[in-house]
Design a protein around this ligand. Structure first.
Ligand code: IDP
Ligand code: MG
Length: 149
């Protein structure tokens, strides 16, 4: 099974959207295998967004991500990385499809509520930044026999 790293950003936590976001992934059939609320230290923000270090928006991005608690999660399921990215929607919420999380709950590219890994390789890397192996819990969901063929 595939695992992906997802994070409700500080605007999403402050706006009380964490529960709604969890509900969407649960209803989809994905399995929550790790979660924690955290104020991220600078070095983990830099590591997480290292591909953007030289971008003009990076200082603002770092300040935004460190402005309050984030809710970090690991979700597991068939094709989880791509499935979650589609449910999250385009980076710019103004262009994100209605029905996606960013499409339904945000307006500004600099306040887009949620992060999700963009590839299986990123998922492994990002999971490793934020979670220890023993923080993740393997178990069966009782509906798995009817969720999967
Ligand atoms: P993604 O989150 O959809 O993968 P990326 O291009 O990887 O999008 O950008 C990472 C994050 O950086 C975005 O989610 C957003 O918070 C922020 N960001 C990206 N582009 C801009 C911008 O032009 N202005 C402000 N923030 C941006
Ligand atoms: Mg990205």
């Amino acid at each position: 099974m595939d695992r992906t790293f997802v994070m409700v950003k500080p605007d999403g936590v402050q706006r009380g959207l964490a529960g709604e976001i969890i509900s969407r992934f649960e209803a989809k059939g994905l399995k929550l295998v790790g979660a924690k609320l955290e104020l991220l230290p600078e070095e983990r923000v830099v590591e997480q967004y290292r591909e953007h270090l030289e971008k003009p928006f990076f200082p603002g991005l770092k300040a935004y991500i460190m402005s309050g608690p984030c809710f970090l999660m690991v979700w597991e399921g068939k094709g989880a990385v791509a499935v979650v990215r589609r449910m999250v929607g385009a980076t710019n919420p103004a262009e994100a499809a209605p029905g996606s999380i960013r499409g339904d709950f945000a307006l500004d590219i600099g306040r887009n509520v949620i992060h999700a890994s963009d590839s299986p390789e990123s998922a492994v890397r990002e999971l490793g930044i934020h979670f220890e192996a023993e923080d993740l819990v393997g178990y069966s969901r009782i509906d798995e026999p009817v969720l999967y063929e």
